[in-house]
Design a protein around this ligand. Sequence first.
Ligand code: GLA
Length: 753
Amino acid sequence: MNVRMKTFPLLKPALLSVSAGLAFAVLLGATSEAFAQTTAEQTAAQRAAYQPVFRLDGGNMTYAFGVNERGELQQIYWGGKLGAGDAIPTPKAAMELASFDNSYNNTPQEYAGWGQGLYMEPALKVTFADGNRDLVLHYVSSNKPDENSLNIVLKDISRAITVTLHYTMDPDSGILARAATIENAEPKAVVVEQAAAAAYSLPPAHYTLNYLSGRWAGEWTLNRETIKQGQRVLESRRGSTGHQNNPWFAIGKGDAGEENGEVWYGALAWSGSWRITVEQDALDKVRVTGGFNPFDFGYTLKPGERLETPIFYSGYTHHGYGGASRSLHRFIRGHVLPQAPNPKTRPVIYNSWEATEMNVTEPGQEALAEKAAALGIDRFIMDDGWFGQRKTDHAGLGDWYVNKEKFPNGLKPLIDKVKSLGMDFGLWVEPEMVNPDSDLYRKHPDWVLNFPGRPRTEQRTQLVLNLARPDVRAYVFGFLDKLLSENQISFLKWDYNRNWSEPGWDQLPGDQQKRVYVEFTRNLYSILAELRAKHPGVEIESCSGGGGRVDLGILRYTDEVWPSDNTDPLDRLTQQDGFSRAYPVQVMMAWVTDSPHWLNNRATSVTYRMLVSMQGSLGIGANLNNWNAEEMATAKRLIAAYHKVQKTVQQGDLYRLISPTDGSEFSATESVSADKSQAAFFAFVHSTQEGRSFPRLQLMGLDPAATYALTSIEGKAAPDTPAEATGAWWMNHGIDLMLRGDFQGAAFSLDKK
Ligand code: GLA
């Protein structure tokens, strides 16, 4: 089967027909090859004739760049939308500040080759066969593949290395997708040592960088710091996205806040090692460069070969951090997710992991399925432990046959049972991994990432299969295809429980082996694409020991993600806040698990846990065998209530009314449906102190003229709260809640009359 991976165009083809505000101040169709080749000999007048300027408009954003007097592509503007008739000035290279800071370095290069005295982060660095490492890219030509897209061709001033920069503007959100294709037309191979998707520049100002950091069970910490001279590096060297940094950033200007002020933001669509650098130059300009992580990178391009970078998306808003995340959420739902532009709401799921861990059996799972069905669950998912000789995490990964001791008649009886209870069935897999204690490893020890003759470092007693190898790719696709063909499976939880070590690929000659950094992830994407094409009804979750593989690359192929193995509800409040900076609630799975929580030993009520998870895509991950009748009844009632606001919560506009970051004892979120007919809001108090009231909540995003009726999902509003009032009332006057105590929550919906 010939399955095309999603590469270019950068938006889904169906959406490219949307009429756009993509305008080009000048769009040269003709190739000005001579410009790139003979810049040094040209007169100033001749050069001016070859200095096109490009302008892209979408949403409330304008992005402009052009060719400076030296022939370099230079960013001119990135910010709020300019007047349609405003002339974009031809760019002029920046001055030389001193002999230590030359003009090439100080100029806001759109895609800088490493050469000519560049000390800022290069977009591209190569080594030629003769040892030359100087690369200076000049403008050659442009073309417009469709209404919303633009390609710019750059070429080195003397060598046959070309770079095609791809731009696609989403006319609605103004989110710009940028990527680059690097091509070697030299007679000999070149090694690409660094390749960014894009660089973005901002003029001097006081900026605050927002980024996400974390670790296993501690993902999604929002960090805020002033951008100062020097470089802040956000990265993963781990072979996959990582828990430690997430490939997203937001830069606020001055005192930009949650709902006001200018914010520039971006996200990199790559699930392998990645890097985003944010740096301020000697003239106080800021440059953000993102793409493949150059650490240990070395992609050999033989004559005629190309390297495509991932996509680095960017956007702008003057509605603060909330506005930035709402735009990104809409864009991800509308353009990135596999079911875009209209992804189905996430079903309410049950997952067996925390209940049974690997001790799964047919009767045990069936008993849990009965309890789950009684709560009104839509999808039952059996987690780790059903395959090979899997009793602990020491064995079995790689052997994807059903364990006959646990499931003597295969998966069919359990799946039939689950379906007879009115749920669909999902299954956990970890396709890229192998335990040394497995038939697969005994047969194919050469299939793992390794350097021959060197130790193979185990993590969770497992090794990473080298998915870049064609035989490994075929094996992984083959077993998954068989599993999905032979069983009525509606959902895969695709896990990935360690990072790389010893990343060798000894099938290839020494100078080719670092291709693994690209081909592994490409093969992952292509397997997912091929599986989806062949089994269109199957949905997939990206999990990596929690949130270790969440990015806009994997989200082109997976419907949802597991944000964290940490399901403690108090921790989840801050994690969900951090997660929502970049990713929509639509993909944010949120389970209710047991209390006291295994990680923090914190006891909380079922109600509190449910309400926290109802802010996301709700699931239950508790051992329902231990729940009493009252807990079951509460969960059942709240699942039914969730179904009434499910689409609004998952696909509405999210307002973080009170952020739980910075140790706030309160938090609140609100979601408003796209047509403003419904809002759902949730409020939480950690521990009331000194009898303080819950802050009055002024809602947002409603239709001021419409009348909305208030319904309590859980908890009480102040006695004088009207049963119905206009959007203007709820937004301007606001609502007082009767919310006090420790780990208390409340939730309400507002429905348009
Ligand atoms: C990872 C996942 C968990 C669970 C286990 C199974 O840690 O994040 O949810 O699936 O693996 O081994």
